[in-house]
Design a protein around this ligand. Structure first.
Ligand SMILES: Cc1cc2nc3c(=O)[nH]c(=O)nc-3n(C[C@H](O)[C@H](O)[C@H](O)COP(=O)(O)OP(=O)(O)OC[C@H]3O[C@@H](n4cnc5c(N)ncnc54)[C@H](O)[C@@H]3O)c2cc1C
Length: 447
């Protein structure tokens, strides 16, 4: 397809006003798109940052103003036609239209799909007082309130404030978000139990060995980590037992809230035949891509919207961020990442790709990067390691929890992880990029 017309008569619609949507809108402008640029967002807020929601914002040390991804002035300068608080409900690639929930139909010459992901929860527990997921600023506000009414922006970092002392938190799932919430809640003085069916926290992302280091980190902070253990049911104050046997994306609708009991959670039954008391339960069992509005569009949806190497899902349609599934260089496999840096880089790349047109666009071929802050440790990962890859520690040691380790398959590096070692980890970036050998990584850090 030819390049996208950039003149005033052209329209691009960006659906999704998160990081990927913002970066794509900015890039369209900086690369010369002068036409109508419509930003559609289900949330009523201007684009804001999610990583602090489980860290500084939940801890109360940052307020809402620090979450804004751009100042009002910089955002205004993009000259966007805003539809915030109005979700897209359908897309017709043939007619080149997007339908919005308020009944408006918007036509486009180019479309950016950047609707991110929605947390999963257990069927039947939405709206139970004390039970939380964490994706939006409203989720974080509710959770903060549950943790002893922490008011965002009012707690002094390092002041040793303990607004949640005596509060009992059960975190279901020890992925990145569950682990971070556990660390923050503990920092606020809560007593925290983390329940994880796998052998270690973060085991799915980082494997059992590195996961065990994360587990030890929690234990050092007096968090009770129950690995190899599932959550079977919630027990409510009136004795009702809600089984946790099916998962679905959160719906956030008033109808759902009205159908669940308004009685608070008091305990969680676990697969080890114990029941642990809980004032707050945080469900951190992953997310699903927000693709519902694309059903019937004809786009290929398979745990994300599937694109070609240039992030095109169809002529004139590009995809970016947590929702995008794209082919990995030379492998035949596709990948979908749920990380900040990917959403940012992909937003930029998708916009450039849209402007270039499908035939002339470049392939998106990044070295993925993700970080996680837990207690006083920054965990950083580059590449796309698999839990069952070989693991070699190339700097420091696991026991001290200050190390860099490389992951590899058939001798070639697939990724690397660092605990509190940013400079050393970044030394390996070019090696991950060219898929160097494991022994090259060892020599790079031993010199
Ligand atoms: C609590 C938390 C902590 C995190 N911490 C880290 C971290 O430490 N490091 C890291 O690398 N990553 C972290 N992440 C992940 C990172 O924030 C995400 O990868 C990133 O926000 C993805 O950006 P996105 O634009 O693709 O999606 P989103 O940020 O989800 O934005 C998508 C937007 O589209 C909207 N939308 C959905 N459906 C529709 C529709 N039909 N119509 C219109 N709009 C719609 C959504 O409401 C949302 O506003 C964290 C995420 C969370 C939730």
């Amino acid at each position: 397809m030819a390049s996208l017309p950039t003149g005033e008569s052209s329209t691009v619609v960006v659906v999704g006003s998160g990081l990927a949507g913002l970066r794509s809108a900015e890039t369209l402008r900086t690369e010369g798109f002068r036409g109508r640029l419509v930003l559609v967002g289900a949330e009523r807020h201007r684009p804001y940052d999610r990583p602090p929601l489980s860290k500084q914002y939940l801890a109360g040390t940052w307020g809402l103003d620090r979450l804004q991804l751009r100042s009002g002035e910089a955002f205004g300068a993009l000259g966007l036609d805003l539809r915030l608080g109005v979700p897209a409900v359908a897309c017709d690639p043939k007619l080149r239209t997007v339908d919005l929930a308020d009944g408006e139909t918007v036509g486009w010459d180019g479309l950016v799909v950047a609707t991110g992901a929605t947390p999963r929860t257990f069927v039947g527990i939405e709206g139970v007082p004390g039970v939380h997921v964490l994706r939006t600023v409203e989720d974080a506000d509710r959770l903060a309130a549950s943790l002893g009414r922490v008011v965002p922006g009012t707690v002094q970092a390092g002041a040793g404030g303990s607004p949640a002392t005596g509060h009992r938190v059960v975190v279901i799932g020890a992925g990145f978000i569950g682990s971070e919430v556990a660390a923050t809640a503990r920092g606020l003085g809560a007593s925290v139990i983390v329940v994880e069916p796998l052998a270690a926290p973060l085991a799915r992302a980082l494997g059992d060995q590195v996961g065990a280091v994360c587990g030890a980190l929690h234990q050092e902070h007096d968090v009770d980590i129950r690995t190899g253990t599932g959550a079977l049911a919630l027990v409510l104050a009136d004795g009702t037992r809600l089984a946790l046997d099916a998962m679905a994306p959160v719906t956030r609708t008033a109808a759902t809230a009205a159908t669940v009991p308004r009685v608070a959670v008091v305990a969680v039954e676990l697969s080890d035949e114990t029941a642990v008391p809980a004032d707050t339960v945080v469900v951190g069992v992953g997310v699903v891509p927000a693709t519902g509005w694309l059903s019937g569009s004809g786009l290929e949806v398979r745990d994300g919207v599937v694109t070609d190497g240039t992030l095109h899902a169809a002529d004139g349609i590009v995809v970016a961020g947590d929702i995008a599934r794209w082919p990995v260089r030379d492998s035949g496999a596709t990948v979908r990442l749920e990380h900040w840096t990917n959403a940012s880089e992909q937003g930029v790349a998708a916009a450039r790709s849209l402007l270039a047109g499908r035939g002339d666009a470049s392939a998106f071929d990044p070295v993925p990067y993700v970080w996680s802050d837990q207690y006083d440790v920054k965990i950083q990962v580059i590449g796309v390691p698999s839990a069952d890859d070989d693991l070699v520690v190339v700097d420091g040691d696991l026991a001290s929890r200050r190390f860099v380790a490389v992951y590899g398959r058939q001798g070639a590096i697939t990724g690397a992880v660092g605990f509190g070692r940013p400079r050393q980890l970044m030394t390996l970036r070019p090696l991950v990029e060219r898929r160097a050998t494991m022994s090259e990584a060892q020599s790079a850090l031993s010199g």
